[in-house]
Design a protein around this ligand. Structure first.
Ligand SMILES: [Zn+2]
Length: 105
């Protein structure tokens, strides 16, 4: 496992932590259509990309692909990442070296 791979898991963990903060602030008043910004969960050390997904959409993605990483399409490393889902601007990929499942809001 490379340091870059590690970066992807750090970014994903940080996205999930920030959702926890949102949830604790909004409580039961949480709005599904809320547009959210997700840090690209790729392994590129120079990446600063932000992906816009709604809260509802993100919850579905995590539920359907608990091992997935949400990345800008061009940031997927197709030599090793397995594409699971494609949207207009982003994709969800699975990295075979990471088997950990994550849960979201
Ligand atoms: Zn990226």
């Amino acid at each position: 496992m490379t340091a870059e791979d590690q970066l992807a898991t750090i970014r994903r963990a940080s996205n999930i932590r920030s959702y926890g903060v949102i949830k604790s602030i909004m409580g039961s008043g949480i709005i599904d259509s809320l547009p959210l910004r997700v840090r690209c969960e790729c392994a590129l050390s120079t990446c600063e990309e932000i992906i816009e997904v709604s809260l509802h959409q993100r919850r579905e993605l995590r539920r359907n692909y608990p091992r997935g990483f949400i990345v800008i399409q061009s940031h997927a490393d197709l030599s090793q990442d397995m594409p699971l889902y494609k949207a207009d601007t982003f994709a969800v990929v699975e990295k075979p070296q990471f088997t950990e499942k994550v849960t979201d809001l």
